[in-house]
Write a protein that binds this ligand. Structure first.
Ligand SMILES: Cc1cc2nc3c(=O)[nH]c(=O)nc-3n(C[C@H](O)[C@H](O)[C@H](O)COP(=O)(O)OP(=O)(O)OC[C@H]3O[C@@H](n4cnc5c(N)ncnc54)[C@H](O)[C@@H]3O)c2cc1C
Length: 366
């Protein structure tokens, strides 16, 4: 009996099915009165003014070097102070994840300087990098004789706090990991206006850390002479996992993964095929190429079709109608603005399925 890899790139194919079901069957609030705003009329209302609370802090002017541990090693910085301000943060060296950690450093640097504060939120998806940078800046504040506690207690309200923006779409997707991107692109390709919301600054979620997927009987696999007996594969998988699996989900994955690979390849997300002792492994594109590939996929489908890709925006709660049906999502943008998106279909693709006992017990998503 062959032993099967634990990693199954099921999600993308599951999404394809979900999106077909949702577009075809899910009514959401389509029969209900729509939100007053039309698709392109974003209304912004100021309901309160921002007030900053910034302590006056004195420093010994000069430039100080400091260092702290990030996710991938040391982050070394040089921080410049005048008598009463932190004016510049230069990164001397860092090895954080390209496109994620380094972007977080840039974002935080600016927030620290603008707010004259260490009371800034860690960048979502780069919490260790954020903590490392903040610790290094704190050390520099100390070296410059600044009052760290006062610097930490400077409160700068986000410019969008108190503002609300409303959008409508046919489909709103929450989470731009592999599942969310696949769902959004599939829906847009079928003509839907899609809004995809992602809490981090990065598209791709955990797939950015993955190295390969198994796609059964993809064109690449068959062209290389590896054609898997689908029924045998499903039977082996169930047997090897002592029948403690969702057989329908496995069938879905094994039968759909090949065409999902072909779909991805067609979208430009090309992988390298490997016949790994009879296993159809598809090695994902180089790590640093993935952001551009995924963003291009979204640009060519979601954005071309009038939709939007909104990053650094965290969904906070669902909007429900009178019968309990989900009609939208309330999210918070990076600048503190509340974003309300109403749509006919809402797709939650926020990952973390295996961390939720109730969902695991309840079976797969269909
Ligand atoms: C280190 C690592 C290595 C792996 N290697 C492999 C591999 O080699 N092969 C393989 O097949 N699989 C691998 N996996 C598993 C695979 O990467 C995941 O199963 C898959 O990427 C999950 O995709 P997803 O879109 O469902 O979830 P995620 O990738 O988790 O995406 C969810 C997205 O939702 C966003 N989000 C969450 N909450 C909110 C919110 N409230 N508002 C807005 N956005 C939100 C998150 O920021 C994230 O971008 C690996 C996983 C890890 C962690």
């Amino acid at each position: 009996m062959r032993r099967k890899s634990v990693y199954r790139f099921a999600i993308v194919s599951v999404c394809l099915i979900m999106i077909l079901a949702m577009l075809g069957g899910c009514k959401g609030n389509s029969d209900k009165p729509q939100a007053e705003n039309s698709a392109n009329s974003n209304s912004k209302q100021v309901t309160k003014q921002n007030e900053n609370n910034v302590n006056k802090i004195s420093f010994t002017p000069g430039t100080y070097t400091a260092e702290s541990k990030g996710k991938e090693g040391s982050i070394q910085i040089e921080v410049t102070f005048t008598e009463d301000q932190l004016t510049d943060i230069k990164v001397l060296s860092q090895g954080e994840t390209a496109g994620i950690g380094d972007a977080a450093i840039d974002t935080l640097k600016q927030q620290i300087i603008d707010g004259q504060t260490l009371a800034v939120d860690a960048v979502s998806g780069a919490s260790e990098t954020s903590a490392g940078l903040l610790a290094a800046v704190e050390d520099a504040v100390k070296q410059a004789g600044g009052d760290v506690a006062a610097f930490k207690s400077n409160v700068v309200k986000k410019p969008g706090e108190g503002l609300t923006e409303q959008l409508t779409a046919d489909v709103v997707v929450v989470g731009a990991g592999a599942s969310g991107v696949s769902a959004a692109v599939s829906a847009a390709d079928k003509g839907a206006k899609v809004i995809i919301i992602e809490k981090t600054a990065t598209i791709g979620g955990a797939s950015n850390l993955s190295w390969a997927g198994k796609f059964y009987n993809s064109s690449a696999s068959v062209n290389e002479g590896l054609k898997v007996n689908v029924e045998q594969e499903i039977a082996d998988w169930i047997y090897n996992n002592h029948w403690r699996v969702d057989a329908a989900a496995i069938r879905q994955y094994v039968t759909k993964s090949g065409e999902t690979y072909d779909w991805l390849a067609d979208k430009g997300y090309k992988t390298m095929f490997m016949n790994f002792a009879g296993e159809p492994l598809h090695v994902l594109p180089a790590y640093d190429a993935r952001q551009e590939l995924l963003r291009n996929m979204l640009a060519e489908s979601v954005e071309k079709n009038g939709g939007q890709v909104i990053t650094e925006t965290t969904a906070k709660k669902l909007i429900t109608g009178t019968n309990g049906e989900v009609t939208g999502v309330v999210a918070e943008k990076k600048d503190g603005t509340t974003l309300e998106v109403t749509a006919k279909s809402i797709i939650m693709a926020t990952g973390g399925f295996s961390g939720n006992k109730k969902m695991v017990k309840g079976g797969f998503w269909f």
